[in-house]
Write a protein that binds this ligand. Structure first.
Ligand code: PLP
Length: 392
């Protein structure tokens, strides 16, 4: 991608972050998407249909769960927003069902997506199957062999999985390939991006579709406890489950917002802490904080959890971090495994390894009062990884 087009300041930007740094060939499609989304939001029939899909397909509202025994371990009152109980086992379906409904409204006849560990690919294939649209998922070749179960799930759902061999053959390369497909097929294709990343309007759009998490949780918390939480905590990969939870609390200045990144093997070794250790730069069509080497080349991220293994982060998080409205901490692979075990054995919940980073933060840090924690997904996909680490 050499020919860059830049949006004027103040347009699709979060402070100095965000924007629309894409080849000219995509500008039209992004404008069309922005207009399509604005029209959909203003259309009552669209929001009614989305509400119905959330109830019948996704299984919303998800419960707010008081984790009594885990609270004793953590030394604070922990409320879990159970996105693990949503269809396909994570928050990702909130986004894919909304985007495919939008694509259908815009008359698109083909769905494409990228996926890292396969969770977003499965959620997109599920939504595409529901609407009867063909679906192509780009996935790094390394991930295809690491996450074979999800490849099979996508194929069973009728999606075509393309293994991407270029670069490090992981998520960042899969996104590049999906963008390339989109440039070629913009007329009839909608690209369902999997997090609050990418060029404007994606960070805005995905954040809006995930905000159902925070809107529900805020009301549920008020009903259960009579007050807002003192702190809201979520893990941050690209950042969509965290933005979905955080946005509903932006105006509640007393509520602390904490994002938990992956410290991987340690912040001085391989990790995925783009906010704690990244520098400003442009990747996948937006300006944000990125892991880079001395020459500004994108560095490879590492985390035991595939969903946090991304060298960038959504521009809204970069803005929340630099403006000080949210704070960001990093939790390493070992802490995450301990968090996973603690939640499993105190509550009977096998959470995703991504979520386990947020759990470990609450467990290992002196947090007080009421903590609302986004339980972004279930951990069935991770049990083999955890068993392997524990047997070493
Ligand atoms: C994909 C995923 C994440 C990371 O993605 P975000 O966009 O940061 O939310 C976190 N948890 C689970 C369970 C996931 O599947």
């Amino acid at each position: 991608m050499t020919e860059m087009a830049k949006v004027p300041d103040g347009f699709g930007r979060f402070g100095e972050f965000g924007g629309k740094y894409v080849p000219e060939a995509l500008m039209g499609a992004l404008d069309e998407l922005e207009r399509g989304w604005e029209a959909a939001v203003a259309d009552r029939a669209f929001s009614e249909e989305l509400t119905r899909l959330r109830r019948e397909v996704v299984g919303r509202p998800t419960p707010l769960y008081e984790a009594k025994r885990f609270s004793e371990l953590a030394g604070c009152r922990v409320l879990l927003k159970r996105e693990d109980l949503a269809h396909t086992g994570a928050h990702k379906i909130n986004n894919t069902v909304g985007q495919v409904l939008l694509a259908k409204r815009m008359g698109k006849q083909r769905i494409i997506a990228e996926t890292g560990a396969g969770q977003h690919g499965v959620a997109t294939a599920t939504a595409a199957a529901y609407f009867g649209l063909p679906c192509v998922v780009y996935m790094g070749a390394v991930d295809v062999s690491r996450q074979n179960l999800n490849v099979i799930r996508m194929q069973m759902l009728g999606a075509e999985v393309h293994a991407v061999e270029s670069g490090s053959a992981t998520l960042k390369d899969a996104i590049n390939e999906a963008l390339r497909d989109w440039v070629t097929n913009v007329e009839d294709t909608h690209y369902v991006i999997g997090s609050v990343v990418g060029p404007h309007p994606y960070p805005e759009l995905v954040g809006a579709l995930q905000s159902v998490i925070g809107d529900e949780a805020r009301a549920e918390c008020l009903e259960l406890t009579g007050a807002l939480p003192d702190e809201v905590v979520a893990c941050v990969g690209g950042g969509s489950n965290a933005i979905g939870l955080f946005r509903s609390f932006y105006r509640d200045q007393d509520v602390v917002l904490t994002g938990v990144e992956a410290a991987g093997e340690g912040l001085d070794k391989r990790h995925g802490a783009s906010i704690s250790r990244g520098e400003p730069g442009v990747l996948h069509g937006a300006r944000s904080l990125l892991l880079q080497d001395d020459q500004g080349l994108i560095a490879e991220a590492h985390s035991i959890s595939a969903g946090l293994d991304y060298p960038g982060v959504g521009p809204e998080h970069a803005w929340l971090a630099t403006s000080g409205r949210a704070r960001y901490v990093a939790i390493d692979d070992h802490q995450a495994i301990r968090g996973f075990k603690a939640l499993a054995q105190s509550e009977g919940i096998l959470c995703a390894l991504e979520t386990a980073h947020a759990i470990a933060y609450v467990l290992d840090t002196d947090v007080s009062g009421t903590v609302l924690l986004g339980l972004s997904g279930r951990g069935d996909k991770d049990v083999a990884t955890i068993a392997e680490v524990l047997s070493r």
